[in-house]
Design a protein. Structure first.
Length: 197
């Protein structure tokens, strides 16, 4: 990597890190171009040079952390033997991500992320195609083997991840009535009962 490329990467990271900090400390309302520029110390021109727009910066931030989360889920599934073990591993991986990466998890489970996903869902899913396909292939493999119920892949994915996402959101809301370690222990068996053949 050339020195110029390295500087560009450092600048991009500064902007992405600043955007996440501003989001966590000031919420969606405080997540503005000016706040990110002030926090990062990077010029407005550099933001537009690297991301094209403020929306491009936020989309890149979401993609970065979603890719990491989906990568950890895919790895958990790859390392499991049976479908039951895979579900337990995916639940643990997801909830561990939420505990270990609180700020990115807040962003990924925010109304801002929901709105972006709803309005640009196909584009967003396409950008994560490799990760999404890996999960889909795992589901098909275990459906074909007779371990998982013969349901469409999106339904199984929803039955497995729906409760996990709901628990993560509840935990991130700050209510304080959900223990993620306990959920990681209890949820897999309940989910397994809903998707087993």
């Amino acid at each position: 990597m050339s020195p110029k490329q390295h500087r560009g990467e450092v600048t991009s990271d500064q902007l992405l890190d600043a955007a996440l900090r501003v989001f966590v400390t000031s919420g969606e309302e405080g997540l503005t171009v000016n706040a990110v520029i002030q926090d990062s110390g990077v010029s407005l021109g550099s933001l537009y040079h690297h991301f094209g727009s403020f929306d491009g910066l936020i989309a890149t931030l979401r993609h970065r952390w979603l890719d990491r989360l989906l990568g950890e889920l895919a790895e958990a599934l790859r390392e499991s033997g049976t479908a039951r073990e895979g579900i337990a591993a995916a639940v643990r991986a997801y909830l561990a991500f939420v505990q270990e990466h609180h700020a990115p998890a807040l962003l990924l489970h925010s109304p801002l992320a929901d709105r972006k996903s709803m309005t640009r869902g196909r584009e967003f899913r396409d950008s994560q195609e490799a990760r999404v396909s890996e999960v889909g292939l795992w589901i098909r493999l275990h459906t074909d083997s007779g371990e998982l119920a013969p349901l469409p892949v999106p339904l199984i994915e929803s039955l497995v991840m729906g409760p996990v996402v709901a628990v993560a959101r509840r935990s991130l809301s700050g209510v304080g009535d959900v223990d993620l370690d306990e959920a990681a222990h209890l949820l897999p068996e309940q989910i397994w009962r809903s998707v087993r053949a």
